[in-house]
Ligand binder design. Structure first.
Ligand SMILES: Nc1ncnc2c1ncn2[C@@H]1O[C@H](COP(=O)(O)OP(=O)(O)O)[C@@H](O)[C@H]1O
Ligand SMILES: Cc1cn([C@H]2C[C@H](O)[C@@H](COP(=O)(O)OP(=O)(O)O)O2)c(=O)[nH]c1=O
Length: 215
C-alpha cells in the first residue's frame, strides 16, 4: 500500500491495550511503540486515566470514592481524552496507542460491584479503536507478577483480584467483540513482551502503512 501524500486527508490508527494489573500493558505498549517508530510511523503513546484535570481527579479520588460515581468519572475522562488528544492526533495521521481504554472501564469498577450493563451504557458511545487488544494470562502467573511489581491501586489489593480481573476482561472482550469491535486477545503468560508486541503488530489493520510510514 502506498503512503498518502501529506496534502491528502489522513486518518491515523487507534489501538488500545487493556488487561489485568501486572499483565504487562505498559511494557508491551513500549515495545510496540518502539517497533512502529523504527518502521517510520508517527506514533503517539497515551494512557488512561489521562493526565488531564479529569484524569488526575479520578486518580486522586480512587482511594475514597467508589462505584457509580467513580465509573462516571473514569468515563468522563475517557470521552474528554478522546476529544482533546486522541482524535486530533488521528486527524494528523498518527498511530495512537492507549495504555488502558474502554475495556478497563467495563472491568475495574466491577470490583465495586457496579453492574456491567451500567458500565456498558456509560461507555458505549466512545470512539471505537481500530484494534482493541486484551491481554490474557494464567491468573497464577499474573498474581505472581503483580506481587513482584507491587499493587498500583486498591482493586489490586483485594485477595484473588487477578483471578477475578481475568474473568472480567474475558467477559469484556466477548461483549466488545459482539458489538463489533475488532478484538485480539494476546496470552502473555509465557510469551516475552517483545513477542506480544510483534503479535499485536501483525494484527494491525493495513492502514497502519499510512501513519507516516515508509513501507
Ligand atoms: N511476558 C511478560 N510480558 C509482559 N510483562 C512481563 C512479562 N514477564 C514479566 N513481566 C513484567 O511484569 C511487570 C508488570 O508489567 P507492567 O507493564 O507494569 O504491567 P501493567 O501495565 O499491565 O500493569 C513488569 O515488571 C514486567 O517487566
Ligand atoms: C481506565 C481506568 C482506570 N482505572 C484505574 C485502575 C488503576 O487504579 C488506575 C490505572 O493505574 P495504572 O498505574 O495504569 O495501573 P496498572 O499499571 O496496574 O495498569 O486507574 C479505573 O478504575 N477505571 C478505568 O476505567
Amino acid at each position: 500500500m502506498t503512503p498518502k501524500s501529506s496534502s491528502e486527508s489522513t486518518r491515523g490508527l487507534f489501538v488500545s491495550v487493556d488487561g489485568p494489573g501486572g499483565a504487562g500493558k505498559t511494557t508491551i505498549v513500549r515495545h510496540l511503540a518502539q517497533m512502529l517508530v523504527a518502521e517510520g510511523h508517527q506514533v503517539h503513546v497515551t494512557a488512561e486515566p489521562s493526565n488531564s484535570f479529569i484524569g488526575t481527579l479520578a486518580v486522586d479520588l480512587t482511594p475514597t470514592v467508589t462505584g457509580h460515581a467513580l465509573a462516571c468519572l473514569y468515563a468522563a475522562d475517557r470521552y474528554h481524552h478522546v476529544e482533546t488528544e486522541v482524535k486530533p492526533l488521528l486527524r494528523t495521521g498518527h498511530l495512537v496507542i492507549s495504555d488502558r481504554y474502554v475495556a478497563s472501564g467495563l472491568v475495574v469498577q466491577r470490583f465495586d460491584n457496579v453492574d456491567p450493563e451500567f458500565l456498558w451504557q456509560l461507555n458505549k458511545e466512545v470512539e471505537r479503536p481500530d484494534l482493541t487488544v486484551i491481554l490474557d494470562a494464567d491468573p497464577d502467573v499474573i498474581a505472581e507478577r503483580l506481587e513482584a511489581r507491587g499493587p498500583h491501586n486498591r482493586f489490586q489489593r483485594t485477595p484473588g483480584s487477578s483471578h477475578k480481573e481475568i474473568q472480567f476482561y474475558r467477559h469484556a472482550a466477548d461483549k466488545l467483540q459482539h458489538t463489533g469491535f475488532l478484538v485480539v486477545t494476546v496470552d502473555c503468560s509465557s510469551r516475552p513482551p517483545e513477542q506480544s508486541a510483534e503479535l499485536i503488530r501483525s494484527e494491525l489493520p493495513d492502514r497502519s502503512n499510512e501513519c507516516g510510514g515508509n513501507p
